[in-house]
Write a protein that binds this ligand. Structure first.
Ligand SMILES: C[S@@+](CC[C@H](N)C(=O)[O-])C[C@H]1O[C@@H](n2cnc3c(N)ncnc32)[C@H](O)[C@@H]1O
Length: 252
């Protein structure tokens, strides 16, 4: 047993041998395994799963509604502990420091662990992996990502713009970006205003959980998780491309 102390909560005990065995059995059965760091409620996870990966999540906070195995741990300490046993890696480090909405939080109310830029450290972590594996770092517009791909809800027919950027060590193909013709409902998440359809934002403590779950195909998730999540269809699109770039597993 390995005592793991990277979590903000009490130290957890995980078996590294057990994890290695589970991952290698999946790989030997032809199922690639992706590690989703900063997994939150699992929007990104679900997309990679839909693309064909089995996904293991890591978040420093226990995610009650996360629909896959989750390790409660600090992302960096987890990778140092588990090593490079996964076929591909995704990371969504906290985005508050880069988000337009940061100005809504007065400086004295900004919690330091949320207002921190972990992107350089995440890139360094991935570049330092012993075996070259496809990796992706996701964040909001304004984040310092290298040559990122932008995805927008309109590319997938979603009723939300929710722009997100993706940096990777493999070339990711983009999509045409449809013009934004509809206004977003800034306050609520109404479907229409004066008969005109509106785009939804689903940020903060939004109302209309059932509509958000349906719009984003995130039926398992709740308001707090959805407001921070990637629509699964984004990572399903990216995951499909990562599948074509996988190296033969070191374990099989
Ligand atoms: C933007 S959310 C991730 C959303 C997720 N990609 C999704 O699609 O549902 C960022 C998450 O990072 C977690 N987090 C922040 N710092 C962390 C750290 N050092 N290690 C692990 N998780 C961390 C937070 O608890 C939060 O759940």
């Amino acid at each position: 047993m390995h005592t793991y102390t990277g979590s903000r909560r009490e130290p957890r005990e995980y078996s590294l041998v057990r994890l290695q065995r589970v991952v290698s059995e999946l790989q030997e059965g032809g199922v690639p395994v992706l590690l989703d760091l900063f997994c939150g409620t699992g929007g990104a996870t679900m997309g990679y799963f839909n693309a064909g990966f089995f996904v293991i999540g890591v978040d420093r906070v226990p995610q009650k509604y996360y629909p896959f195995p989750q390790f409660v741990a600090d992302a960096f300490a987890f990778v140092r502990w588990a090593g490079d046993i996964f076929d591909a890696y995704h990371a969504s480090p906290p985005c508050q420091i880069h988000s337009k909405t940061r100005y809504l939080v007065p400086p004295h109310q900004r919690r330091p662990h949320k207002f921190i830029d972990l992107i350089p450290q995440t890139r360094e972590l991935f570049n330092g992996l012993r075996y070259k594996r496809p990796w992706v770092i996701e964040n909001v517009v304004g984040a310092p990502l290298d040559n990122p791909l932008l995805l927008c809800g309109t590319m997938f027919g979603l009723p939300t713009y929710r722009h997100r950027l993706f940096e990777s060590n493999v070339v990711l193909a983009g999509m045409p970006h449809p013009e934004h013709v509809l206004r977003s409902d800034d306050i609520g998440n109404k479907k229409r205003h004066n008969g005109v359809p509106l785009m939804r934002q689903y940020s903060g403590h939004f109302g209309g959980l059932a509509m958000a779950q349906e719009d984003l195909s995130m039926y398992w998730a709740r308001v707090a998780g959805i407001s921070q999540a990637l629509p699964p269809v984004y990572t399903e699109y990216i995951g499909g491309q990562l599948l074509t770039k996988l190296q033969p597993s070191t374990l099989s």
